[in-house]
Write a protein that binds this ligand. Sequence first.
Ligand code: BGC
Length: 369
Amino acid sequence: MGGAAAHASVAAVAVRPGVPDSLHRTTLSLQEPGSDEVLVETIRVGVCGTDREIMRGEFGTPPTGSAALVLGHEVLGRIVATGAEVQGLRPGALVSATVRRPDGCPACQAGQPDMCLWREYTERGIAGAHGFMVERFVEQERFLVPIPAEIEAIGVLTEPLTVVEKAVRQADLIQRRLAYGWAPRTAVVLGAGPIGLLGTMLLRSRGVEVVTVARTPAPNRAADLVAACGARYVSSREQSVFELGASSDRIDLILESTGASIAAFEAMQILGTNGVLVLLSLTGGDHTADVPTDRINRELVAGNKTVVGSVNAGFIDFATAVDTLGRFERLWPGLTARLITTRISITDDIAPIVAKSGDEVKMVIEFDR
Ligand code: BGC
């Protein structure tokens, strides 16, 4: 590794966690990569609901010894240089990165930091570790994921796709309990943000009949994307989840990604016999509600139904997400790129643009150079 990048100073976007609207520019000093590390230059970074929660001061912790946290955990970058022991990655190649960094718990030691038992992990751009909204970063080879050049335009969606890859993998694993063999026939996706839309596409790519539910009546961008991959879009303002449940065939699988916890309890009430409900919303608030507990409990028990929470993603989900993005391109050329509805430049005044959210699906920050 040449000394060119040693201790260079790089521009980054950070917040002071816990302080609303504290998004600001900062600089980080970049260390030369160690022998098992890789220097990556950032191409683009996605902005997600978690980032917005952190910006509102509701979530996120800075690295030890720092008041600021550099944001960003959905990254596409290009390798600039590699340490002496790096075997599998070469300068010029595209990469994404996993988010969570393990602690010493049994799950992390077994290679499953996404199932961390002690919950003392760090997450880049979220909890205790700087993220990728920075011109260049250094990362260990084992946390980087090669992205084929053919999917460069959509490679920034790898990380959000891993969240639903894990969700569906959890459902598949759980359903190995069924001797008759399980493949979901009918699924409902609650929420049509990036996670809901990628979940819809993933299930459609497996031939599942999908209904995707979101608040805003069609026409809108999300409804168009849902229709374009052959799923049905329902506005919950026009048809309640309960009406949808009553008029549907047995619902084998539900992915909940609305960000509203009440949706989880509604979903429990429409899930079909032997079905799986995967909860994906990390709800920050303190909401309470009256729910029909006897009815929900009775139906879950009598129908052998499963409710499972799922967070983050495993290494395996990154590998499958990369394949899945290629499959999406073959099935629906150009469709996945339409999820990226807003592009802003790292040189823009980012805070006000990010703060107001319109009809966008996925906003990305371009590190144009
Ligand atoms: C990320 C996950 C992370 C979670 C909780 C999500 O936005 O995609 O990787 O585990 O936030 O911090």
